[in-house]
Design a protein around this ligand. Structure first.
Ligand code: FE
Length: 271
């Protein structure tokens, strides 16, 4: 059954980190979550005042953060000693698990900084796993030619079999960056939730700068008009969510424990 777009969201302008301007589509007042997606932010500005303050050191526990850059560069550092700079077309997939302390700072003084941050929930059984961090640069991300376009396959597998480098993720995500002038179909498993974010042009009824949320079904059919968009899907968890700021757990007790552990310095490799 073909999935229909059941909701179109414009996003809400907000600010996070030390004062980074962004548009929040998921995880804000319009839509709290789209299981297992907890947050989707889009940042896009050529004004350094909108991004220069960055995201100084902060913790995460209980989910995964995915940063995908379209323009500009960001430097990541974490308590495990990982450090890297991601630029256009690069992706960072970080599994916070039981705890990560990291910073995400712009690696530029001016010019356009543009990209997405997505938070993907972890199932209850994995919330306290060891943290992990993976970066893939644009050259490691395979492309597939489609009629009227091109797909960069970051995670998951296209119907033609192109497979992204991000592997072993609990919620079996699909994360595609698609350029399309024409029609494109893709299988999306029944148990997944799915959305498109239209970066340029128009896809089905979704204009640029908007999020389109799909209803139930097992495939999507997209018609793009000189469009570029993300198609993202992942398996629903259907588990209770207890969240506050950078911590996303299943119960209130686990959430309070996360704050306790953070205050006691147990995130940075402590007991
Ligand atoms: Fe972060």
């Amino acid at each position: 059954m073909q999935r229909e777009i059941v909701e179109i969201l414009k996003g809400v302008e907000t600010s996070d980190g030390a004062g980074v301007s962004l548009i929040r589509y998921i995880g804000g007042p319009q839509r709290d979550m789209l299981d297992p997606f907890l947050l989707l932010d889009f940042f896009s500005s050529s004004d350094p005042d909108d991004y220069i303050a960055g995201f100084p050191e902060h913790p995460h526990r209980g989910f995964e953060t995915v940063t995908y850059m379209l323009a500009g560069r960001m430097r990541h550092r974490d308590h495990m000693g990982n450090e890297g700079v991601i630029g256009p077309g690069d992706v960072q997939w970080m599994t916070a698990g039981r705890g990560v302390l990291h910073s995400e700072m712009p690696e530029q003084q001016d010019g356009l900084l543009q990209g997405f941050q997505l938070w993907v929930n972890l199932p209850a059984r994995d919330k306290m796993i060891a943290p992990a961090w993976h970066e893939f640069n644009a050259r490691q991300i395979p492309h597939e030619a489609i009629p009227g376009g091109d797909i960069a396959v970051i995670a998951g597998r296209t119907d033609a079999g192109t497979t992204g480098p991000v592997a072993g993720i609990a919620t079996a995500p699909l994360y595609l960056d698609v350029r399309l002038n024409g029609r494109f179909e893709q299988h999306v498993p029944e148990g997944h939730n799915a959305f498109i974010h239209v970066i340029e042009g128009r896809v089905n009824d979704v204009p640029a700068g908007h999020l389109g949320v799909f209803g139930p079904g097992d495939r999507v059919a997209l018609e793009g008009d000189d469009a570029r968009f993300l198609l993202v899907a992942a398996q629903r968890l259907d588990e209770p969510v207890s969240r506050a700021g950078p911590f996303v757990m299943n119960t209130r007790e686990e959430l309070l424990q996360a704050f306790d552990d953070y205050r006691a310095g147990r995130f940075a490799g402590g007991a």
